[in-house]
Design a protein around this ligand. Sequence first.
Ligand code: ATP
Length: 514
Amino acid sequence: MAQNDDNLLKKITGHAKEYGFIFPSSEIYDGLAAAYDYGQNGVELKNNIKEYWWKAMVQMNENIVGIDAAIFMHPTTWKASGHVDAFNDPLIDNKDSKKRYRADVLIEEVVAKYEAKIAKEVEKAKKRFGDDFDEAQFLATNPNVKRSQDKIDEIENRLGTSLEKGDLADIKALIEELGIADPVSGSKNWTDVRQFNLMFSTELGSLAEGANKIYLRPETAQGIFVNYLNVQKTGRMKIPFGIAQIGKAFRNEIIARQFIFRMREFEQMEMQFFVKPGEEMTWYENWKAKRIAWHKALGLGEENYRFHDHINLAHYANAATDVQFNFPMGFKELEGIHSRTDFDLKAHEEHSGKKLQFFDPEENKSYVPYVIETSIGLDRMFLAIMSASYTEETLEDGSERTVMKIPAALAPYKVAVLPLVKKDGLPEKAREILSDLRFDFNCQYDEKDAIGKRYRRQDAIGTPFCVTVDYDTMEDNTVTIRDRDDLSQIRISIDELKSKLKESCALEGLLKKL
Ligand code: ATP
């Protein structure tokens, strides 16, 4: 996948709409910015991603359980978590174009340019040195690379310090020093940088009753923290243990673009792992390893992932990293893994007056556990899969096809059953096969158009297998099974179909790799 491939993102967006994966929200009214609806195929893929995550977290770990907390929470929750006072993004407007940007994102884009320069140098050197190429040594010694890396470090350090101190004037100064121009107009005529709180608020109860201001949760994590004690006690959980949750989160993002990468309503899959203070670094490393294994098991290409450690940590964290994915726009955050210390539980203790501790029988004392968090955006995961799967191919006969090489276990449909012709009992036979397979798999039936056209339709939505019923089927109970990726067609007995599909499409195959 090429970096910064705007064209690819456009193609994926178009394909997602044309084939029922994702539609713009309320499209008949011209849509709503940064809100999207998942269509008939999208919802299947999304559910499968959720299932893969949930099973990997909850079913495969005896010390992790799930919850499903309400989106509305007591407003003090957000005071305690720091979101009321500090969940801000720095925004800046261009006076000429009247366009609004996130000041930190404008600066990060300069960093991305230097990163792209380094990647190019590495590519060139790889070609020059062939098998003898030592990437680590090259990165440490090449003067061009070092110059770019120094610049990256300098910019990131300065941005991080200014963000942490809330020094908005310095962020503006940095934008000016870097000569950043509005990507739309090319103008460098900027306003001052201002803070903007990202939480959506609404009123609970009628105005007559004296309505209370409440927030739509900006992250699912707090629903876990406030339930820490409920789960620990009722589940008789012993440290270390985790609580997992999948749910909607809302952020009034200043600029929401790049399709489903940055939305105002999105879904998160989060897990908070409670550990003994002092053991957090071991668990942090452990979860980094586990989460990257979860990603890589999908086979979307190992080279498409990297860790990006936070140099400037949030005040409550003592270690943090992003799992970045090579999206069409370049490497960007897909998942965050954070060591959050005891910040959240302590803050909730202070604001609620309730003890949120664990009595450790071995140590014979109580303590507030430390927390390792893994937090992944479901929609970003969806985009990662769509972008790695989207493939345009020219076949041997010169014809073209667009195929979604979605990992089989996550594909919306596992198999399409297709009668070769619409007569002579073939449709009935095909439906008989379908009615048996549908207990185990999401299946499609299609009898319209020539078989080639039907194959293309399945390729476009990522169905890994097509089963064709022909005249031989009526004689010997065998069918042709066509593989989406290598286009091979083999003849197998109908009795073997289920096990063949299970072997290739069951989630079990992915979970066993973890
Ligand atoms: P970013 O820096 O991209 O704004 P973040 O660091 O604020 O992200 P977190 O608060 O760590 O994100 O949220 C955890 C995960 O939730 C992110 O890794 C991402 O996958 C997802 N996420 C966050 N904001 C959005 C959004 N606006 N749209 C879609 N997914 C999001």
